[in-house]
Design a protein around this ligand. Sequence first.
Ligand code: ASP
Ligand code: MG
Length: 468
Amino acid sequence: MKSIVVKFGGSNLRHPGDVDRVVEVVQRYKNPLVVVVSAFYGVTNELIAAVQAAKAGSGRPDAPTAGHHYTDGLRALHQTILEENFAAGPLRDQVALAVQSRLDQLERYLTGIHCIGDVPPFVNDAVLSYGERLSSLVISEVLKSRGVLAREILPEDLGLVTDGVFGNAACDFAISAPRVVLALKKEGVAVVPGFYGVDDQGKATLFGRGGSDYSAASIARCIGALSLDVWKDVDGFLSADPSAVASPRPIPHLHYLEAAELSYFGAKILHPRTVEPLFDQNIPIRILNIGRPERGLEPYTIVDGTRRVTDDIVKSVASSDDVGILKLHGPGVGFKPGILARVTGTLDQKGINIKSVLTAQTAINLLLARGDLEPARKAVQEHHLAGVVDVSADAGVSIVAVVGDGVLESTDHGSAIASRALASALASGVRIRLAAAGASEVTTYLLVRREDRDKTVKAVHEEFFGRG
Ligand code: ASP
Ligand code: MG
């Protein structure tokens, strides 16, 4: 029987008692399983804060040898989780010792940061991996205590090897696949911490924020899994965010590209890179809701390589605030050979990722993550690029994306999807800052003022899905 890779995210692990639901879900499966877990909700953010506190040397005026300190909050949290999931007794004490020993390792890393007042990238990645290392330890032990044949396998023992880029690694499948297959040969449920793989020296390298989805997808690809089952606390992909639209429609099927674009443009269901490892082998992603036990293993959304151009073309309207426009003005920038290469080179040096580029004769517009906007503006200004007379940054925008296979080629009642999206937004009184169609076959998007985001989503959603 083929294995299934099952992923539980932070949203499945909000409260100490949530582990029960995870155990119950694991027990529903008949196939061999690899369970990939995120950290408990909020733990990665706490680790980031701990790194900052340790670096600043704050919160620890005493000598580094005077007991733990940075990990106190996490110790208390994990103690509560153990108390909630194990009866008092020798087993709980034994698991508590194992958890403590991991927290001690973590404390030593943080003490190291405190001592040197700096955070080398490999140390940062090691520290942040502890949220997952703790949850995988606890969850594997709880599974065992409930009679499941489970064992924890860390990515270093699994052979999940990456390209070695700290903070934003990619899996090296040629190296990893045979090792992972071998490591997972043994019977039973393997529990693996998500979020990181290791470089060729065995150092933890993170897959980026929210990267456990990518971990799970990478393992699924390595072993040629039957499916990747991602458990959420919502009903899969929807035609819009329920906080903006009263009753969005469920989406039973999406193509990999549609899911990737929706994730890129703000749908919070999957990490945008999740489809990457699965694409070639056509391994389906099934999105299930842990809050609906009555559905068993019936997914809400299946993402795979099958194109389904529906009559309505549009499958979903997504939005994100994590965007800003960097505008380079100059009377002839659109006609200046090489200028784009210099701009992108400048940003590349600073490690800034460009989401999109739109040029005209007198302006180059770059869409960036909001946090990158100011550093990018500074970098471009410092470089005094010939022909650029002014640089401006607009952080007050949101992006609204209309996604569906066929968006580009479609005509519907004689009018293309992009123009219907634009017209419906304009008719609702929204001012459009930028609009783009054709960048991918499945997406067209609008940039609007932040305060108009929900109004735009509502208007565009109503245009394609009607009222209600
Ligand atoms: N715990 C990590 C994060 O918060 C990875 C994940 O949740 O997928 O980014
Ligand atoms: Mg997550």
